[in-house]
Structures are given as C-alpha cells and as structure tokens.
Design a protein around this ligand. Structure first.
Ligand code: CA
Length: 230
C-alpha cells in the first residue's frame, strides 16, 4: 500500500513515518505542494494521500484540487485549521476525510484504513458475485467493484464522494434518501455539518450525468434518483 505524505514539517513527517511503515504503508514524502503534485504525476500512483494544508509554496486546497483533477486517489486532509468553512471547502474540493493536528498515530492509521475501506473494493465486495456489484437504473450502470459508471455506454468519472453518493441513491432508485441518511452513509460522523456539502455533490453528479432530472430534490426531505422521464 503506497502512501504519499505531503507535509512540510520534518518533525511531524518523521513522527508519522514509523507508525505508518509499521502499519504496512510504503511512505513517500513530499515536503511541499509542488513536490507532492510531481510525485502524483511522475512516480507510481499512491493508494492514498495525506495532505497537510499549511504548505510553504501553495495553498493545500489548491494542491487538493489539482490532485483531484486528474486522480480519484483517496485524500485525507490534515490541518491545524478546524473551522467549519475549511471543512466544507475541503469536501467540495474532493477530500475524503479530514484530521486536525496534533495527529495521534493510532487514530491516523485507523482513519486511513477506514477511508481505504470506503473508497476501494472492500473485503465484503471482493467475494460478491458480479450482479450484486452492478446497479442499473435505465441507461445508467454503476459497478461497485470496479468503481466505474457508464451512461448509455459512455464512461463517466466521479470523485470518490460523488461515487458513494451516487451508489447510495441508486441502491434505492425512486425512493427519497433524506439528507441525514446521506450524510451518515456517505460522510461519517466527523463530517456532520453543513448540508450545503450534499448539495454541492448532488450538483456535481447532475452535471456529469448531463441532465439535472436524474436527481430530484424533494423539498425539505432529501433527494431521489430516477431515470429522467423526458
Ligand atoms: Ca505545514
């Protein structure tokens, strides 16, 4: 399991290396944002990225956005800033989880594993038969095992969070999923907060599906995924 650690602080980076290596990760470290982006575009793709937001050369959010533009690698944002605005922005830029410094190594490893479980082929998924991995809503075909989505035969790529949200809606197509259910299933308790985040992800999915009618907003309740009737 390859982990890319983008962290400018030597002491923090060194304190994390040991526990991460012991937990089975091959850690590559980038000491600034540009170096981190380089690592993504040159070397082998990491399985997960730990991204410090306070970097000397670039804003960590810009690094996050840049990584997300070309990759669906899970990203855990690490920061000393914990206010809500930053959290929402991090989610909208495609981060999968968020941790506030100082980092406990044990919790960090647990969170990395949780994110990997949520975003990759899970242990449970590996033994499931193909049909159970496939969700079909009209021309929309979602493969949970390969994390691929096709619409009318054309592949569409989604961020990990968009994908999870799409799966959650498609698992019960036609039914309304409440905002609370969505937040609990797609984000975890640590993310509970502004529902504006849900709207931003719904908007992203609608845009990629090319027709807003795919996801209907049910005022005051939540969202419903359905094949557009037109
Ligand atoms: Ca820093």
């Amino acid at each position: 399991m390859d982990l890319l650690l983008i962290e400018d602080d030597d002491a923090i980076a060194e304190s994390l290396m040991g526990p991460l290596t012991n937990a089975g990760f091959a850690v590559r470290r980038a000491a600034n944002g540009a170096d981190g982006i380089d690592h993504m575009s040159s070397g082998p793709s990491p399985d997960i990225v730990l991204l410090d937001l306070g970097l000397p050369d670039m804003d960590g959010y810009d690094v996050c956005r840049t990584l997300r533009a070309t990759s669906s690698v899970p990203i855990i944002v690490v920061t000393a800033r914990s206010d809500e605005f930053d959290r929402v922005l991090g989610l909208e830029l495609g981060a999968d989880d968020y941790m506030v410094k100082p980092l406990g190594a044990r919790e960090l490893v647990a969170r990395i594993r949780a994110v990997l479980r949520r975003t990759r082929d899970g242990v449970a998924g590996a033994s499931a038969v193909d049909e159970q991995d496939r969700l079909e809503v009209g021309p929309l075909v979602i493969d949970r095992r390969t994390h691929r989505v096709h619409l009318g035969g054309e592949e569409i790529s989604f961020t990990p969070k968009e994908f999870e949200l799409l799966v959650f809606l498609a698992e019960d197509a036609g039914a309304v999923r409440t905002r609370t259910d969505i937040v609990e299933h797609v984000w975890d308790a640590n993310w509970f907060g502004p529902t504006k985040t849900v709207d931003a992800h719904v908007a992203g999915i609608r845009r990629k599906l090319g027709d807003p009618a795919w996801i209907e907003s049910v005022r005051g309740v939540g969202f419903r995924l359905e094949m557009p009737s037109g």
